[in-house]
Design a protein around this ligand. Structure first.
Ligand SMILES: [Zn+2]
Length: 207
């Protein structure tokens, strides 16, 4: 994995400099694909698009913040940007609190709800035996997300089936998987169906 020069932007709230890391090239070496669509790829990281200011904790759309310069090599500590800090990624809860920042933009809202789901599932990915089940807020997000997905796209239907499974709605999950998804999605569809038949709602690795 290699980085491109970082973008130095201005936090829209506190006006302090923040660093937006930029990927030059990456690969999926060592990547793990999860059933909720999250790809854990150490060599292909997703840097925050909606980020948290490391100075004042304000959430903002990073590409839309004022660009004040760049930094190469991407080492802010030793650069001409004293005091700059790297933009942080929001928690599941913070993503949901940012819905008003989407300004009614459906694509942004889908982005935020999907990432909130992924962050909610992180506690199950870690394999902690007593990880608490989804809260009412987390379940509400999954319901809203399922509503926003579009069955015209087969992978959206698979995602809705996965949401139904994770909400414990196993019959609904199986019903959603009853169409022809084609070769590419066959493995994931089969895996989600098997887990639904086992009444297992946990996110899982796709081997
Ligand atoms: Zn700030």
């Amino acid at each position: 994995m290699t980085l491109a020069p970082s973008n130095i932007r201005e936090c829209p709230a506190c006006k302090k400099p923040v660093e937006q890391l930029v990927l030059n090239s990456g690969n999926t070496f060592g990547a793990v694909q999860w059933s909720d669509g999250f790809l854990a790829a150490p060599m292909l990281p997703e840097f925050p698009r909606l980020g948290r200011c490391p100075h004042c904790a304000t959430l903002f759309w990073v590409p839309e913040a004022t660009l004040v310069g760049d930094c190469w090599p991407p080492d802010i500590a030793a650069s001409q940007w004293p005091g700059a800090k790297t933009v942080e990624g929001p928690t599941a809860e913070e993503f949901l609190s940012a819905i008003p920042l989407c300004g009614g933009d459906k694509e942004k809202e889908l982005f935020v709800r999907l990432r909130s789901w992924w962050r909610s599932n992180d506690r199950f990915r870690k394999g902690v035996a007593d990880a608490p089940p989804f809260s009412e807020t987390e379940r509400g997000n999954l319901e809203e997300l399922a509503e926003a997905l579009d069955d015209a796209h087969p992978h959206h239907t698979v995602m809705r089936a996965e949401i139904a499974r994770e909400l414990g709605q196993f019959e609904q999950c199986l019903a959603l998987l009853e169409r022809d998804f084609g070769e590419e999605l066959m493995y994931v569809v089969g895996t989600i169906r098997d887990r639904a038949l086992d009444l297992d709602p946990k996110v899982m690795e796709l081997k």
